[in-house]
Write a protein that binds this ligand. Structure first.
Ligand code: ZN
Length: 366
């Protein structure tokens, strides 16, 4: 019965994705379904069983592992991007979608041990995920969700998703068959699989060995970004659930339980929008609250940032309009929640991108 239930869930998810005419960016299914498909929960660092040293910072000034399509199509979704596909729970994108032509080369971003396998995720309500893995066994099959990873000696893992496992260079196949082979930065390790919907891309993650999700843009020479995130509206929610719209430079009669910032981020020439990695509120009296994901996906308490706390899924504005947080393939709008400190007087709400561009919105809390 349980098996049937999960298979039914998988079918429903498949239909839901189909209805959107969009293949999910990552495969997310119930753990029991993945188990049946042959996946096992994944230990991220099977090659490093000995002592590991974590540097305080990952290597920086890295090169992207692909050639971008053009100036308008570089990084489609950033690593914070809110994702929701069909009936699956919302999750953080966790990596950058690097737009690159189908069948074009993918290079190793760092020197490290090469590893390959088929991956999937099961999801948790807080937006975290458990990775599931079928290791390389020398007999590849056609699957959109194949990963080549490089693990450095000091414990950072660089993951390249959506590599075409049926068209790997013979050197990559030899290294994977042998296992534990160090491959140099800049080596061509594979190619971009043609994507059945939306856009061809490599999904690029950087993880620290303890699972901390790193912002790849913060450690890579990024395409130009001189455009600050946009604030489309700021709303205040009171303890009784009533909603007010805040006006830039205006006065607010407090207290507010939380503020909702409707926002998007983009970069020079880009046709895509992303989730800003920084949003915060600060009073003149210094009380502040911020989600700061510019370097890593971590909350102000140094814990996993529960996605239900960071984003408001729906908001009815005072004029009766319903806004939703949506994010798929570089489109969407993000309603980001800020806990408002119990303070009065002038305050500033700031939204920033990884490059340091900032948009501000000010007010006075009475
Ligand atoms: Zn992706």
């Amino acid at each position: 019965m349980i098996t049937r239930f999960f298979l039914l869930t998988a079918l429903l998810l498949t239909f839901a994705f189909g209805a959107n005419q969009s293949v999910a960016d990552e495969r997310v299914l119930p753990a029991a379904v993945l188990q049946k498909m042959g996946y096992r929960p994944f230990n991220s660092f099977p090659h490093y069983r000995g002592q590991r040293i974590v540097r305080s910072e990952p290597p920086n000034n890295l090169k992207w592992p692909v050639q971008f399509v053009d100036a308008a199509r570089t990084i489609a979704q950033n690593y914070v991007n809110y994702q929701q596909y069909g009936l699956a729970l919302p999750y953080y994108h966790k990596g950058c979608d690097l737009r690159s032509p189908a069948k074009s080369f993918v290079k190793a971003p760092v020197t490290g041990v090469l590893e390959g396998g088929y991956y999937s995720y099961s999801d948790n309500p807080d937006g975290s995920e458990v990775k599931h893995w079928i290791p390389w066994n020398g007999k590849p099959h056609d699957d959109l969700y194949f990963e080549l990873a490089k693990t450095t000696t000091d414990g950072y893992r660089f993951e390249l998703h959506h590599v075409d496992s049926m068209n790997l260079p013979k050197e990559t196949i030899q290294a994977l068959n042998k296992g534990n082979v160090v491959v140099q930065e800049g080596t061509v390790v594979g190619s971009v699989i043609p994507w059945p919907s939306d856009y061809d891309h490599i999904h690029y993650n950087i993880l620290r060995q303890d699972g901390l999700v790193i912002n790849p843009e913060a450690y890579t020479v990024s395409p130009p970004d001189h455009i600050a995130p946009k604030i489309h509206g700021v709303y205040g929610v009171r303890a009784d659930g009533s909603v007010i719209e805040l006006v830039n430079g205006g006065t607010v009669s407090g207290p507010l339980q939380y503020a909702v910032v409707a926002t998007t981020e983009t970069r020079d020439n880009s046709v895509y929008v992303q989730t800003p990695p920084f949003v915060g509120i600060q009073f003149n009296t210094r009380e502040l609250f911020a989600w700061d994901f510019r370097k890593a996906l971590i909350g102000p308490d140094n814990k996993w940032p529960d996605i239900r706390q960071v984003f408001v899924s729906k908001l009815r504005t005072p004029s009766g309009k319903v806004l939703s947080t949506t994010g798929q393939y570089g489109k969407g709008l993000f309603l980001m929640r800020l806990n408002v400190p119990p303070a009065r007087g002038p305050f500033v709400i700031a939204v920033s991108d990884t490059a340091g561009n900032t948009t501000k919105f000010s007010g006075v809390m009475q």
